[in-house]
Design a protein around this ligand. Sequence first.
Ligand SMILES: *Cc1c(COP(=O)(O)O)cnc(C)c1O
Length: 371
Amino acid sequence: MFNKTDYRPTKAIIDTTAIKHNAQHVRTHLPKETQLIAVVKAEGYGHGAVQTAFAALDAGASVLAVATPDEAIALRKSHPVVDILVMGPSPVSFAKVAAEQGITVTVTSATWVEQINAQKRFDRKCKVHVKIDTGMGRIGVRTESELSHLLGLLDQSDNLSIDGVFTHFSRADEENVEPTRAQFQQFMQMVACFPEKPRLVHASNSAATLLYPEYALDAVRLGVSLYGIAPSAVVAKKLPFELEKAMMIETELAYVKKLPAGERISYGGTYETSEEEWIGTLPIGYADGLKRSLIGQEVLVGGNRVPIVGTICMDQCMIKLPCDYPEGEKVVLIGKQGDEEITIEEWAERLGTIPYEISVTFSERIPRVYK
Ligand SMILES: *Cc1c(COP(=O)(O)O)cnc(C)c1O
């Protein structure tokens, strides 16, 4: 999935111990009987789905969750027995494959169920979780009448069996508790419509898991915080325990030179040395996820913050060094060096986005190294 290279000093170093720590801490924060669903979609938020899954299961997670059928099939190869839930929509054609591979899918649509009910009997039933839309407005059944129609169709199905029901909070990472409380209440009302309580009733994402342990129910779906990232600044301030960051992005100085004043750096010549300056070149660029708009962002060299100068190229970028450094000197783009730290949150703020988006932008070309 990620490139394996022996020749690239640019690496994402993934600390699986941090992932285990986060999973274990969440478990102790929740009621004993609440199960931990490790969300490993989008290659484990850029950390690698397979290795993250092993770490999370080791630390007490009992279910893996992904967004798409293809992610589930890929994960099934390394994890032959554990429950895998596809949280996003699946095409009708996937149900039979899901049944054969023991993959659980999400159901929201009556026509989807009707089409599967019309198919020849599967050898094994496909397990489904019913999705309830309590305010996210994305996928899911919204009314009791829609739900009872869907439950009727599922009841008649030879091919599908209900294993769970869930909803998704849209505002659990905010200061205001009211929208989440309302979503939870609406969810419980819908769950009461099931003739029999499904095995797994679940609602919480990372933010709700951390801030509302009273909404934990049978399971929580922990995504971003499994990787040590707080879902928002509001949640970061209220964390019940410290999260450990699992990703570090590191490279080395590939080239170092001293330039006189008045020399221009990189495409467009937008940066001009104002005095005699030491300029270092790093073998990482926007094709690796170091977005061009990160111009000016600092990196760590020798425990100090130094800025990226000039336009970021596809595969390389330049930094302004305080003095001469040897080629091969370690440079940290995300992570700690000495007393300094650069976080994914810092990049997110600079780019006007959320840490989630940053974690998934490091491309396949950056090898992931596990420790
Ligand atoms: C991505 C996702 C999660 C995990 O959310 P985090 O905020 O990363 O914990 C949980 N549930 C659903 C349905 C999702 O799509």
